[in-house]
Design a protein. Structure first.
Length: 165
């Protein structure tokens, strides 16, 4: 067998339809597009899902689901990945330095998956820890310090000075 003997199986390759090449081809003149109209023009036609101006199906059916924009900047960190952090303090900067979290992430959530090999101190307002992960960190001799951020958009009430009469 030689390279010049190779050819595809019979019927596996179909010749492309050549339209507009004379009346005898069966696809001449209007090239099987019919007479006039939007679909007969070059570049003509409508986008997929267009129903002639009627409200399309994808707009008629009920909508569901939600994509949190906070989730786009929140990284999920496994317990086993905390072993890569140098030192014993875990915060967002140390996670980024250890290449556990991408640089563009603004939050992290530590999940219970794997084991912690050393006592770690998790202290950062931007890191959330699940119940199971918290128990595992504390069982390894570490601690989780809760730091809460001030709520945005809340006006703090100022006390009025006492009036003197």
């Amino acid at each position: 067998m030689h390279l010049n003997d190779l050819h595809p199986a019979a019927g596996s390759k179909k010749a492309k339809r050549r339209v507009g090449r004379g009346q005898s081809s069966g696809f001449g003149k209007t090239a099987a597009r019919g007479q006039k109209g939007q679909k007969a023009r070059s570049g003509g036609g409508v986008r997929p899902g267009f129903e002639g101006g009627q409200l399309p199906l994808q707009m008629r059916i009920p909508k569901f689901g939600f994509r949190s924009r906070i989730g786009l900047v929140t990284a999920e960190v496994r317990l086993s990945e905390l072993n890569k952090v140098k030192g014993d303090v875990v915060n967002l900067d140390s996670l980024k330095a250890a290449n556990v979290v991408r640089r563009d992430m603004k939050r992290a959530r530590i999940m219970l998956s794997g084991e912690v090999g050393k006592a770690l101190k998790v202290e950062d307002a931007h890191i959330a820890v699940t119940k199971g992960a918290r128990a595992s960190i504390e069982a390894a001799g570490g601690q989780v310090i809760d730091i809460s951020l001030p709520e945005k958009g809340r006006l703090q009430k100022k006390e009025k000075p006492a009036e003197t009469a």
